[in-house]
Design a protein around this ligand. Structure first.
Ligand code: P6P
Length: 341
């Protein structure tokens, strides 16, 4: 057995980087593809490597604290938010296959190319979700969703909005990067869910979690219990049932971190309607839909409280939604408690 450079024994399987895996998947499932999609995904891996380098040094350089500006959400922009947004806009904007970019940090979408033959894709992203946790060293994340631009000719006033206002069922790919104890990229193109851990010593994302499946039943529920009194009755009944089944509670307050644990360990994450956010707090296009696509591809499901969240037809880019996402058993119980008429 060859002694591995990681001080462990190499398995017979070669070390597979994310770039190799993208190409392998493309050869296997899209043999006629031109490689432009894999090239597009490499824009995300590059940008997130740049972001993680800043996140890892946030305490050492003057990048902590607030930028002073206020973003479209009315939230104090953390300096890392601004950096992360610029990194993604730059790295994706130079990919010829990208036509439109829409970010949580920008009020309107940015059309980087007209609907030329090449600029087929629109990408929606949250550059640094959970950024209010940055200064206290809690995991944060980048979330992205890739859509194919409609074939129809754009209207004269088209500002890219029609490219991105599509239901989650039309996503061609989705994923997130969680900047935690390690930096992990999790993505799907509809061919299962796969995870890659960044090896900073070589600067490559290496396949570490192939074909992730969310456990049929977990032992955690994840919700901000401070808002419980404002949840609709069915939600309170649902949570009581889980408690009676001896579920434990885990809540980080960073969507990517809370979902990543749910994906790997099972259970359920909820952000229900609350008094302050009667239509939910999380964003449909660049938080709920990509997370839902991954959950469904991993054998779980995701609801907006009345049905499949990916079937929601968006009416605005920064639209909010309730999100309940988890393993089969927890989501069937939720459907009985809340969705059932
Ligand atoms: P609350 C972070 O600000 C975020 O957008 C998500 O990452 C997270 O799940 C949610 O808000 C936490 O919200 O109201 O529980 O602090």
């Amino acid at each position: 057995m060859v002694q591995g450079g990681y001080g462990e024994k190499f398995s017979d399987r070669p070390i597979m980087t994310a770039q190799q895996y993208f190409l392998e998947q493309q050869r296997q499932h899209f043999p006629d593809a031109s490689g432009e999609f894999s090239w597009l995904l490499s824009g995300i891996t590059l940008a997130t490597k740049m972001i993680q380098a800043k996140v890892r040094r946030a305490g050492l350089v003057d990048i902590l604290g607030e930028q002073g500006a206020v973003n479209v959400q009315g939230e104090e922009q953390q300096k890392l938010d601004v950096y992360a947004n610029r990194a993604l806009l730059h790295c994706l904007g130079v990919r010829d296959s990208v036509g439109v970019l829409a970010s949580e940090e920008n009020e309107e979408p940015i059309t980087v190319r007209s609907r030329s033959a090449n600029a087929k894709y629109a990408i929606v992203f949250d550059p640094l979700d959970g950024s209010s946790n940055i200064d206290v060293n809690v995991s944060v994340g980048t979330i992205f969703s890739i859509l194919r631009r409609p074939e129809s000719a754009p209207t004269a006033a088209d500002d890219g909005t029609s490219d991105v206002l599509q239901p989650g069922t039309t996503q061609v790919a989705a994923g997130y990067v969680v900047y935690g104890s390690s930096t992990i990229l999790v993505y799907t193109t509809g061919q299962g869910v796969h995870g890659f851990t960044l090896d900073p010593s070589v600067g490559a994302y290496v396949l570490s979690h192939e074909n992730i499946r969310i456990p049929e039943r977990g032992k955690y529920y994840s919700v901000n219990e401070a808002y419980q009194d404002g949840f609709p009755p069915g939600y309170r009944d649902y949570l009581d049932r889980l408690r009676r089944k001896h579920y434990s509670s885990r809540y980080i307050g960073s969507l990517v971190a809370d979902f990543h644990r749910t994906l790997l360990r099972g259970g359920v994450f909820l952000y229900p309607p609350t008094v302050d956010h009667p239509t939910g707090k999380l964003r449909l296009l660049y938080e709920a839909n990509p997370i839902a696509f991954i959950a469904e591809q991993a054998g779980g499901s995701a609801s907006n409280g009345t049905g499949r969240v990916m079937e929601s037809v968006p009416s605005s880019i920064h639209q909010r939604t309730p999100l309940i996402v988890g393993g089969r058993a927890e989501m069937e119980e939720f459907a009985r408690c809340v969705e059932a008429p």
